[in-house]
Design a protein around this ligand. Structure first.
Ligand SMILES: [Zn+2]
Length: 301
């Protein structure tokens, strides 16, 4: 069990929601694809570290700040002798490594992920030293996707290729490690420093008027949904969902996209479109959120 679990990044949630409710530019669409792919790779790596029987704290996804510089860590394992830092890349296709450069074949140079790795390692070291923590840091770049090939992969760089991951983790499993209170303190300290919502998001600008209203189908994301008794039914794929759950899901999406808007019976009825009676919306909000204010100034949190 990870000591800190990973949640879907807010930016990815927002962009996915916008993707169903408006037309994204090809640049935003590509960004969504990249975020999704990156997240899927990280989740896949989590599923492997979760199986470790090693005595370690697993911290997934940390956004930290030291000397006003933000840095992100995909995965961190704290053992009694070392801190293992992993940067996970879900690259597929063929790459070539030449003269400290990563070239996506045939000839597209990408930012060398080893530079990003050593930056994170150095910033983490600075952060830990502030609290006089001097456990050695072992930083590695993990290529998680089995479809990834790196020609001329150097032997002296901290890279774990898809075919090496299993062995690498097995080796960790057989390394002695005995955690104590000090290690727990380090884990708790890092979690307390974690920044929940990244200030650097690449979202298109949008207003309430720009996005399509309605409750999308949970299964196929279609807007062809209708309320039939207690259920929200999709006309496209026939998926059924309890109306209350669908409305709560819609409210959460509304909060995600418009955090500054007030949740009221009226705003949510307009947002959902498909629920005919205000009374029904009010009941759902009453049952799932906290009411603030009274009468016509009432809103929910
Ligand atoms: Zn559907």
């Amino acid at each position: 069990m990870p000591y800190k679990t990973r949640t879907k990044p807010v930016e990815l949630q927002q962009l996915s929601s916008l993707d169903t409710r408006m037309t994204l530019s090809s640049k935003d669409k590509q960004h969504l694809i990249n975020l999704t792919k990156g997240y899927e790779g990280e989740v896949q790596f989590d599923s492997l570290t979760e199986k470790l029987t090693w005595d370690c704290f697993i911290l997934n996804d940390l956004l930290l700040k030291v000397n006003n510089t933000l840095f992100q860590i995909d995965s961190l394992l704290i053992s009694s002798r070392k801190i293992h830092l992993f940067e996970v890349k879900n690259f597929e296709e063929d790459y070539n490594y030449e003269a400290d450069k990563f070239i996506k074949l045939p000839q597209y140079e990408i930012t060398n992920p080893l530079h990003q790795l050593s930056r994170s390692e150095s910033l983490l070291r600075q952060l830990l030293l502030k609290d006089k923590i001097n456990l050695p840091i072992d930083a590695s770049l993990v290529f998680i996707n089995p479809e990834f090939t790196l020609y001329q992969a150097p032997l002296d760089k901290p890279m774990i290729l898809p075919t090496q991951i299993k062995n690498y983790l097995n080796k960790l499993n057989s390394t002695p490690s005995h955690l104590n209170e000090k290690h727990k303190w380090i884990a708790d300290k890092l979690i307390s420093l974690h920044i929940e919502d990244s200030p650097y998001k690449q979202l298109p600008s949008y207003t309430y008027g720009d996005v399509r209203k309605g409750i999308t189908c949970l299964a196929c994301k279609s807007f062809s949904t209708a309320v039939e008794g207690r259920k929200l039914v999709c006309k496209e794929c026939e998926h059924e969902e309890i109306v209350e759950m669908a409305v709560v899901r819609a409210v959460e999406e509304f909060k995600l996209l418009f955090p500054e808007h007030k949740i009221t019976t009226r705003s949510i009825q307009e947002w959902c479109q498909v629920v005919k009676y205000q009374k029904r919306i009010r009941k759902i909000l009453d049952d799932n959120y906290t009411k603030k204010g009274t009468n016509r100034w009432a809103y929910y949190e």
